[in-house]
Ligand binder design. Structure first.
Ligand SMILES: C[S@@+](CC[C@H](N)C(=O)[O-])C[C@H]1O[C@@H](n2cnc3c(N)ncnc32)[C@H](O)[C@@H]1O
Length: 327
């Protein structure tokens, strides 16, 4: 596998992926990963790679994967800690977290641990499972899945900054059992399959065709595997789907926000069995907010100041549902 030196942390991961039953697809995934992270692809990539190169290499400490703040603890000098903080800040904005790295606390825009807390009690035990996390951001939930015993986790996300954030974390925490690859769901080989658990969280409403998204998720699961789907929802009767005319909560690319019954029937009609909604929660400005690590505007600026039950566009404020189903 001809990975460039900057991607060498992924080498051991690709070997594990091959050993876990996915060998047929490893060469194509590695090639695409390499291509998507070529400096010419995104103007900021050279700066981000410099930030990775500037990370200090403290003595490896204790890796923590089963606590809200994922990360690593251990001894680090004050100068190295400042270098670490500065290098990580070059990878701003940190949307998913929190992470705690040698005393540097990454307080991300989202309390991603809250989402994990809502779904983890309902999951089939992850011990020994091979997990795919589609649209995983920087991989926060990939680490949590490993912490819950998964054998191997593949995260994919087409946003290169999130992959760079993952590479920074992996450089410090060093696990060959998870990786975030710079791929969209559509980039996975058309015959790829075999995952025991597939997570798709916060992605469905970004897809123009939610049913096509569900069909591909089902193909990626082994028969009887578990789907974990999390998405924005609206209240309302069966058949209701919000199709925003313009932005939704200031987001440009939200295409379909289903009602609860509609979401369940989409999943069942896509061939999944035993569909069950395990959580519906309104997103609050305590869960999604601006911080030092995400200095842009956040949910508070997307809600109507007179009526926090509405977005600034006059639409129902964000609520999210978690649905489990068997493939
Ligand atoms: C709202 S975030 C959700 C992140 C994480 N799954 C979570 O629940 O916290 C949506 C992510 O989906 C990614 N995404 C968008 N289109 C995608 C696609 N076609 N395939 C895979 N990921 C996609 C985005 O880059 C973004 O990181």
């Amino acid at each position: 596998m001809g990975l460039s030196p900057s991607l060498s942390p992924l080498r051991a991961y690709f070997e594990r992926l091959g050993g876990a039953g996915f060998a047929t697809w490893v060469p194509a995934l590695a090639r695409l990963t390499e291509r998507r992270l070529e400096p010419a692809v995104h103007g900021d990539l050279p700066r981000w790679f410099s930030a990775l190169a500037a990370l200090p290499r403290p003595t490896p400490g204790q890796v923590v994967l089963d606590a809200p703040a994922v990360g690593i603890s251990g001894m680090i000098g004050l100068e190295d800690r400042a270098r670490l903080r500065n290098a990580l800040m070059e990878l701003h904005p940190w949307r998913k977290g929190p992470f705690s790295l040698y005393g540097v606390e990454i307080d991300s825009e989202w309390r991603s641990d809250w989402k994990w807390g809502r779904l983890a009690p309902h999951l089939s035990p992850l011990a020994g499972r091979r997990v795919l996390d589609v649209g995983c951001g920087n991989g926060y939930h990939c680490w949590r899945a490993l912490g819950a015993g998964a054998e191997l986790v593949l995260g994919i996300d087409p946003t290169p900054l999130y992959v760079m954030q993952f590479l920074a974390l992996a450089g410090l925490m060093g696990s060959p059992r998870t990786a975030v690859l710079p791929l969209a769901l559509e980039d996975l080989p058309a015959d790829m399959t075999g995952f025991d658990t597939v997570l798709s969280m916060g992605v469905l409403y970004h897809r123009r065709s939610p049913l096509d998204h569900l069909r591909v998720l089902r193909r990626l699961l082994r028969p009887g595997g578990e789907l974990v789907l999390e998405t924005l929802v609206v209240g309302g009767a069966d058949g209701d789907v919000l199709v925003p005319a313009g932005r939704y909560a200031r987001m440009r690319n939200v295409w379909t926000v289903p009602g609860l019954a509609t979401l369940e029937s989409w999943i069942a009609n896509s061939g999944f069995q035993a569909v069950r909604m395990v959580d519906v929660t309104a997103t609050t400005t305590a869960e999604q907010r601006s911080t030092d690590w995400m200095r842009f505007e956040s949910l508070a600026q997307a809600l109507d100041p007179e009526d926090p039950g509405r977005t600034v566009e006059g639409l129902p404020a964000p609520r999210r549902a978690v649905v489990l189903a068997a493939g």
